[in-house]
Design a protein around this ligand. Structure first.
Ligand code: SD4
Length: 312
């Protein structure tokens, strides 16, 4: 019988690790436990980057991205750009279980969620609306009524909020259950003030998450474009399959991100990875100035750990 363990991104990952850890100790399957953990964060309105209450996109819409993956069967499901439905992770799981597909987006994802019995809800809190009016990039930079024009990637990048204290966007939770199976989930509202329609790494299997009992599991957080560019989570899992430890594999992924940035002549963005081997060994790493902390839940206790920064 395996010793259950759970890891989860950022300080709010503690909430997820607490719940998932309890469920793993009680003998629940890894996927059930990690999704239950992620839902605690999705339901916490004070968390401004996961689930309802999050910072909306550039035009004030709150859209959610999520994926789930089962390490035993490689079954997976995802939603992107999901609006007005509270638990993106639960809908992602339904996509996995009830359809032959992996990813549903936008209106289609919402239609599917409604058809599955999820209620339509208002995602904004009063605080989120006020904050959006105060801070969103177009409001700050344009005169009233002036049209927003996006002509180059820099027009958006310059405005995007850096990853910081209030923009820790994704809860990624990975767990090993008593039967030795791995499960993972990633759920987020994406980058604050993102362009409408923008999808990050979090609902992309292989980018924000990858889970395979035979090799290990990995998840990501940070600027999703840079994670997608290197296929971050699958890269880490394949490194573990090839014999690297979870720590070595996460550090190699950061080096890939640095190399990809150098090839475009730009500074490396904030990204962070965490990983778990099939036996429950863990690792994590991030790019400089990311200050990536993650929660580790084991034997009924949860502690926060700061990840190693990998220099360019
Ligand atoms: C995204 N990876 O949408 C997410 C955001 C995030 O810390 O995790 N930020 O790109």
């Amino acid at each position: 019988m395996a010793e259950p363990i759970v890891i989860a991104t950022w300080p709010f990952g503690k909430l997820a690790a607490d719940e998932a850890g309890k469920q793993l100790q009680a003998g629940r399957p890894a996927l059930d436990a990690v999704i239950a953990g992620a839902q605690v964060v999705e339901n916490d309105l004070s968390v401004r980057s996961v689930g309802f209450g999050s910072i909306p996109d550039r035009i004030g819409r709150l859209t959610l991205d999520s994926c789930v993956m089962d390490g035993q069967t490689l079954s997976c499901g995802a939603v992107a750009g999901l609006e007005h439905i509270r638990s993106a992770a639960a809908v992602a799981r339904r996509v996995m279980e009830k359809t032959p597909h992996i990813l549903l987006v936008g209106e289609g994802a919402k239609w599917f969620a409604l058809q599955q019995g999820f209620p339509l809800e208002m995602p904004h809190t009063a605080e989120a609306i006020q904050e959006w009016f105060k801070n969103h990039p177009d409001k700050a930079k344009k005169a009233p009524g002036e049209k927003t024009q996006i002509n180059s990637p820099d027009d958006f990048r310059a405005d995007a909020m850096p990853i910081g204290e209030n923009n820790h966007d994704t809860v990624t939770v990975i767990g090993l259950d008593k039967t030795g199976h791995l499960g993972g989930v990633c759920t987020t509202s994406g980058l604050a003030y993102k362009l409408p329609g923008r999808v990050g790494d979090s609902p992309i299997i292989g980018a924000g998450l990858y889970v395979d009992d035979q090799a290990g599991a990995a998840g990501a957080t940070g600027v999703g474009e840079e994670i997608i560019r290197i296929g971050g989570s699958l890269f880490i899992v394949e490194q573990m399959r090839g014999g690297k430890t979870p720590q070595e594999a996460c550090e190699l992924a950061c080096k890939r991100v640095h190399a990809a940035a150098a090839r475009r002549g730009v500074h490396t963005a904030s990204v962070a990875f965490l990983a778990m081997s099939p036996k429950g060994d863990i690792g994590a790493a991030c790019t400089p100035r990311t200050n990536f902390q993650y929660a580790v839940g084991k034997a009924g206790k949860v502690e926060m750990v700061t990840a190693k920064e990998v220099p360019a």
